[in-house]
Design a protein around this ligand. Sequence first.
Ligand SMILES: C[S@@+](CC[C@H](N)C(=O)[O-])C[C@H]1O[C@@H](n2cnc3c(N)ncnc32)[C@H](O)[C@@H]1O
Length: 387
Amino acid sequence: MVDTSSELPSDATSALLVYITTVTPTTDSSKAIETYLKDKADPHYRDEAGASLLHLLAAKGNRAGVTAILRAGAQWNAVDKAGKSVGEYAREAGHEELYQYLVQEGVRTEFLLMALGASSTDAYEMDEGVEGEDEINEEDSKASQEGEPEEPESYTAPSSEDVTVAPAGPASAHPSNADYLSRRLTFSQGRLLDSDANAVMMGWEAPLMELHAAVISPRPGLSVLNVGFGLGLIDTYLQSHQPASHTIIEAHPDVYAKMIEDGWNKKPGVRILFGRWQDVLSDLEVYDGIFFDTFGEYYDDLKQFHEHLPNLLMHDGIYSYFNGLAGTNSFFHDVACGLAEADLEEMGIHTTFKEVVMDDLGDETWKGIKRAYWSLPLYRLPVCTFE
Ligand SMILES: C[S@@+](CC[C@H](N)C(=O)[O-])C[C@H]1O[C@@H](n2cnc3c(N)ncnc32)[C@H](O)[C@@H]1O
């Protein structure tokens, strides 16, 4: 990988940079930028901070320019050397409308790539996760769009040690669900950690789990399914709602052993299916309420689970999932929410998001944990029903 970010831009690129940074944006910006690009300005130029032309246009609130540069192949999910996305550049400069436009652009691009089987979303960790993996991988994304692997053009991505929010490594470097399931786990001080100090589940999520339980099990006597036991937080809340039947799928042997030790197999209505959800689908029934929250899985796995919902959820049932996708970057998180919403809509399932204001979790929460996986001020709790 060659870092050419310190090289001087070509004349046409310099002229384009001057245009972007000094000219007041108008609807004509799009034509002007196309002309510079025809004159061989480099659409993949990065400045010394790693900001792409799209970042610079976003900061200027230049909507026509943003459209033109995206059309020329700029990546919507580029990050600068500090890990900042184009959405953050737009929002921080006060261009909220452009921020929303960029979110829609991200959703549209990823949705199309998904349809083509070429999405970059495997870097969206489902939940508590592994360092540096919660953003869409811009390198993967570009390679996917063009059908073959390609070196980044003018920018060496910082390593995950350099920045808190870093572009993800290649998907193949992510520990797989199978790797996670072979690691030993520790339950201590209201946390469930794996042997690599990744937080599988943490006590600070209890109030969210209480809300999820109330959403999928609003009255006694319902049949509910929870995928992923973890610390048993949501299952404890679900029990307090007195379901008629309460099915729990759990894949990790250490978690399963703890469930048995704590007597979960003897609780009212509880049926435990030990195994990966992918492997126990044929043992499932149809439920009034379903919740999904696994670990070491990615957006594609969530999407795959969603594809089974028409067979698992009653016509008037309610589904929800832990919405930790890209939970340390509001722009990528907003795109992930939009993508999940669009994918569910394809199956006739409508999503509304209940907004939950979050307290700052503080550094103490993350002590001894490999990666802080949540830092956003708002949690968007999905409430999904058939239309
Ligand atoms: C984040 S925790 C769930 C926390 C839970 N919502 C709670 O309230 O405590 C994720 C759980 O999913 C389990 N898991 C991971 N992959 C799974 C899979 N493919 N199928 C079923 N369970 C899985 C993990 O072992 C872990 O116990």
